[in-house]
Design a protein around this ligand. Structure first.
Ligand SMILES: Nc1ncnc2c1ncn2[C@@H]1O[C@H](COP(=O)(O)OP(=O)(O)OP(=O)(O)O)[C@@H](O)[C@H]1O
Ligand SMILES: [Mg+2]
Length: 263
């Protein structure tokens, strides 16, 4: 009988001890979380703020580019299409003038034909600038080949383009992002870098679609510090974000630019 009493006593004691231990651990944890919560929340808030700031920057650059693009298209339409169609319209009205001589009639018709032809050429060029037809018809690879050809024939630059990838499995809008990235990189290499040699290589690296881009231009300090990156580079970053890839830009003054991005 006494033995059972002792055992019950010990069980109760052990139970109380475990309860106490649990309670202590629980209390310690609560205290720990309570005191470290502020710090964690602060870090999280800072991180969130940084992310928001980054998103805001990207959004602003996207909006800015859209506005610039709209302005450029509006200008092109106004200068190269509307103005010509206006004169065509004027000339067409002139045809209604009574008693036109044959020479006058021929001149007016001539004007109309020339101006319509120019307006047509310009509208083709504007459409081509917006989206090269070769891109829609033959995809990214052909569009890059054409881009490279256009750049190397118009500017004093040698461009080597090597591609080991099959772009056809990529969605069209992803292909377009890659095309726009290369357009911006090429523009930068020529405008800022004054490059004479550029290399573009697409390969599979660790099963990732990767592009290596380099130029032999004047280079620049990649550590911008307080200096703002241009909209061009910000746009490239947001496009890479969209592609779910990453980009690494390496450059030094007089050492050209080496860029690697994947998608
Ligand atoms: N290939 C390059 N060679 C030398 N400098 C470069 C090169 N690419 C970028 N830079 C430098 O980085 C800056 C930022 O480039 P970014 O394309 O973002 O802006 P931008 O070309 O000046 O303007 P935007 O592209 O908006 O018309 C450039 O002004 C230039 O100083
Ligand atoms: Mg640029």
């Amino acid at each position: 009988m006494e033995v059972t009493h002792l055992a019950v006593d010990q069980i109760i004691k052990a139970f109380l001890f475990i309860l106490f231990a649990f309670f202590s651990v629980f209390l310690t944890l609560v205290l720990f979380f309570y005191f470290s919560r502020k710090k964690i929340v602060k870090i999280a808030v800072e991180k969130k703020n940084q992310e928001l700031h980054y998103q805001k920057e990207i959004l602003q650059s996207v909006i800015q580019t859209q506005e610039d693009e709209r302005m450029r298209i509006a200008q092109d339409l106004h200068d190269d299409i509307s103005s010509k169609l206006n004169v065509v319209s004027l000339n067409t009205h002139l045809l209604k003038t009574p008693n036109l001589s044959e020479a006058e009639y021929a001149e007016i018709i001539d004007n109309i034909v020339t101006l319509t032809k120019k307006a047509l050429e310009n509208s083709r060029r504007i459409a081509h600038d917006l989206l090269p037809p070769v891109f829609e018809k033959f995809g990214l690879h052909a569009a890059i080949e054409e881009l490279v050809l256009e750049f190397s024939s118009a500017k004093n630059v040698q461009i080597e383009y090597v591609n080991d990838l099959d772009f056809s499995s990529l969605e069209t809008n992803k292909q377009l992002h890659i095309f726009r990235i290369l357009q911006e990189l090429l523009n930068n290499s020529i405008r800022h870098g004054k490059s004479t040699n550029i290399s573009i290589t697409f390969v599979s690296k660790n099963k990732q679609n990767t592009c290596f881009y380099s130029d032999n231009g004047v280079g620049f300090k990649t550590n911008f510090g307080n200096q703002k990156r241009g909209i061009g580079m910000q746009n490239i970053e947001s496009r890479i974000n969209f592609l779910g890839g990453y980009i690494n830009v390496q450059s030094e003054i007089d050492k050209g630019v080496q860029i690697e991005f994947n998608f």
